[in-house]
Design a protein around this ligand. Structure first.
Ligand code: CUA
Length: 329
């Protein structure tokens, strides 16, 4: 008895951990934009209807067991056909058709606004996100900034394989498909920083393909866009100058761009404002001097399978390079 009680308590505990976990950030059940709100409502309606159907079926099952024990299980003619018609045709039609219609209405509301101007282009790459603001000359990575309270169109493309853009508190998953363009609309988002991730298996670092969506008050967003538009400031001081020289000479520049310098690589993220980002390697490590140093010297032990090769540097070269990169705000 005691063992049963303990098992019941621990199962209930495990179930509540799972349920409560579903309600914390970045849960789709705590929506912060209109689209995520629609998806969340659809989920709760489906759950409520599914639960009601389950309880009804369970009650019928119990009733039939009780009845078969009491009476001598005598079947009246036509009972079987009536039950099949009721439970197999009428009930599913009454339950499933309205749910299907509601789902289609929600899906069509989510895809509305395909004719709106695009604010931001997100390009999926193995294993990071390129983020471009057409018409503004802004190229960022792994952090999408959008204005709060407005209608935002995000255009999605892929450079290699299929990825999927998913910021659960703002919208559902939308695939990025090579050779095609898809999009998603985020309306009336509340200010905050929301976690997102790639939601389609895309290779060894699929789990290391995270992103952050910063929803900012419009004035703050405009200021951010303005900052990001600027080319890199010239290095201040001899250490930073040496750092830029190391960057240009050690192979960094063949993959990365720093606008305003001779570095024009297009394989890895644009690093013009790398120091303004809170993470490196698409959300795998925090953007600190130590992590940046480890990432430069031995990226494969930080994120195995990433496109970044190791850059062997002498300690003084590394420090100069870090001095330069840390001031790319
Ligand atoms: Cu990109 Cu999974």
């Amino acid at each position: 008895m005691r063992r049963t009680y303990r098992a019941a308590v621990s199962s209930a505990g495990a179930a509540s951990v799972v349920l409560l976990g579903a309600c914390s950030d970045p849960s789709a059940l705590v929506p912060r934009a209109e689209e995520a709100g629609r998806i969340s409502t659809l989920f709760w309606v489906m759950l409520a209807v599914g639960t009601a159907v389950f309880l009804l079926v369970a009650a019928l099952l119990v009733a039939s067991v009780i009845r078969s024990r009491r009476e001598s299980a005598e079947e009246r003619p036509g009972d079987g056909v009536r039950m099949v018609a009721l439970g197999g045709v009428v009930l599913p039609v009454v339950v499933v058709v309205p749910l299907a219609v509601y789902t289609l209405v929600t899906a069509s509301a989510l895809s509305a606004g395909d004719d709106q101007p695009v604010l931001v282009d997100v390009v999926g790459r193995q294993f990071w996100w390129e983020v471009r603001y057409p018409g503004h000359g802004v190229v960022a990575a792994n952090e999408v900034h959008i204005p709060a309270g407005s209608d935002v169109t995000v255009r999605l493309r892929s450079r290699d394989v299929i990825h999927s853009f998913w910021a659960p508190r703002l919208h559902g998953k939308v695939d990025l498909i090579p050779g095609e363009t898809t999009s998603l609309h985020i309306s009336d988002a509340e200010p905050g920083v929301y976690r997102g991730a790639c939601a389609e298996f895309c290779g060894i670092q699929h789990a290391g393909m995270k992103l952050l969506v910063h929803v900012q008050p419009p004035a703050e967003f405009a200021a951010w866009l303005d900052d990001q538009r600027q080319a890199a400031a010239p290095p201040a001081g001899s250490d930073e100058s040496r750092g830029l020289e190391v960057f240009l000479r050690s192979g960094c520049a063949s993959c990365h761009t720093i606008r305003g310098t001779d570095a024009r690589g297009a394989i890895g993220p644009d690093l013009t404002h790398v120091a303004s980002r809170s993470t490196l390697a698409a959300g795998v490590i925090p953007n600190t001097r130590g992590h940046l140093a480890g990432w430069i010297l031995d990226p494969q032990s930080v994120k195995p399978g990433a496109g970044m090769p190791p850059i062997p540097l002498e300690p003084d070269e590394l420090h100069a390079l870090l001095d330069y990169l840390e001031t790319r705000r």
